[in-house]
Design a protein around this ligand. Structure first.
Ligand code: SIN
Length: 310
């Protein structure tokens, strides 16, 4: 029997889990209990942990195959490709390529055809105030829409575009170019059914450029409405970090935001793993039946999507 204690810490989502040391091998019972808590609460917080990168990987592997971050090879841990360093500390004497990661509402790697399932994030250093992470429950976002809007969205697909990452351009022209080259826009359903819970979740966030079959002008206000609706305060849990928190969330039914409200002179230093989700999306170029251009830029994406209209 598992000795872990699960305590809800948010209305929309979020539970803390105590009674387990994640630097040690996980028992089957604890794994089962953690998985159940994760499916129920979507965000689980393990306070007062001390894990090295390899131990974070060992823990994360209990929840599936891990991403090697080949599509964003910019701040991987020097000893472990499955660990991304999310930090505002200088890296090799240069500004960190992840100094402003995650600062618009998103779900991890939704601009790839295999977007993330579980993400784990472990806090090593934090600013004295701020630097929180907010999570929005996308089941609630979907379930609180009118039945007509739900039916409309059930048939819709969105174009997820890495160039909509907030502040990407601040990471420098080489990183931006490589990011876009490695991550051409992809199409995902606007609503996904979660394989474990069976519930439908809205899968639209601030990195969606347009809906397939709708013009850009038609798409934009709908995307804005859905993003605003999704992050109403009653759908959101805000995590105030402590050093030693290990947080694991489910990208299939949440969006999240790294809040940039802290002194950039203070360190915020985290390590992250991402579990590979199901093959879900398809490339816009594939949908068009052409591989002619490896990278579509803003207006070209809109034109390519318009061309998909029937
Ligand atoms: C992320 O978007 O995965 C990072 C979130 C954070 O740094 O708070």
């Amino acid at each position: 029997m598992s000795g872990i204690a699960v305590k809800p810490i948010g209305y929309a989502c979020g539970a803390s889990i105590e009674g387990v040391d994640l630097s040690k091998p996980l028992s089957r019972e604890d794994e089962r209990a953690i998985r159940a808590a994760w499916v129920e609460h979507l965000v689980v917080v393990f306070p007062k942990q001390q894990v090295a990168p390899g131990q974070l990987v060992d823990f994360s592997r209990h929840f599936g195959e891990l991403e090697d971050y080949a599509s964003q090879p910019f701040n991987r841990h020097p000893e472990n490709d499955e660990v991304m360093v999310i930090t505002n500390k200088r890296t090799n004497g240069k500004p960190s390529p992840t100094f402003n990661a995650g600062q618009n509402w998103h779900t991890d790697l939704s601009y790839t055809i295999r977007p993330a399932k579980a993400t784990t994030l472990f806090c090593i250093e934090k600013p004295s105030v701020g630097g929180d992470t907010m999570f929005a429950n996308m089941y609630l976002a979907y379930e609180t829409l009118s039945p007509k809007m739900q039916a409309f969205l059930d048939g819709l697909e969105g174009i997820h575009d890495a160039s909509l990452i907030q502040g990407l351009e601040k990471r420098g022209p080489e990183i931006v170019a490589e990011y876009k080259r490695l991550n051409p826009p992809v199409i995902h359903p606007a609503v996904r059914r979660h394989p474990d819970s069976g519930r439908k979740a809205l899968y639209v966030n601030e990195r969606v450029r347009q809906f397939v079959g709708l013009s850009e002008a038609e798409s934009k206000p709908l995307i804005r409405f859905l993003c605003d609706h999704a992050v109403l305060s009653r759908h959101v849990y805000r995590h105030y970090w402590s050093v030693g928190d290990l947080v694991m969330w489910d990208n299939r039914c949440l969006t999240h935001l790294a809040v940039g409200d802290y002194d950039p002179g203070e360190s915020r230093h985290m390590i992250r793993t991402s579990g590979k989700g199901d093959h879900y999306g398809r490339l816009v170029e594939e949908a068009q039946g052409t591989q002619a251009r490896p990278v579509l830029k803003g207006k070209e994406v809109a034109a390519a999507v318009d061309a998909l209209r029937d």
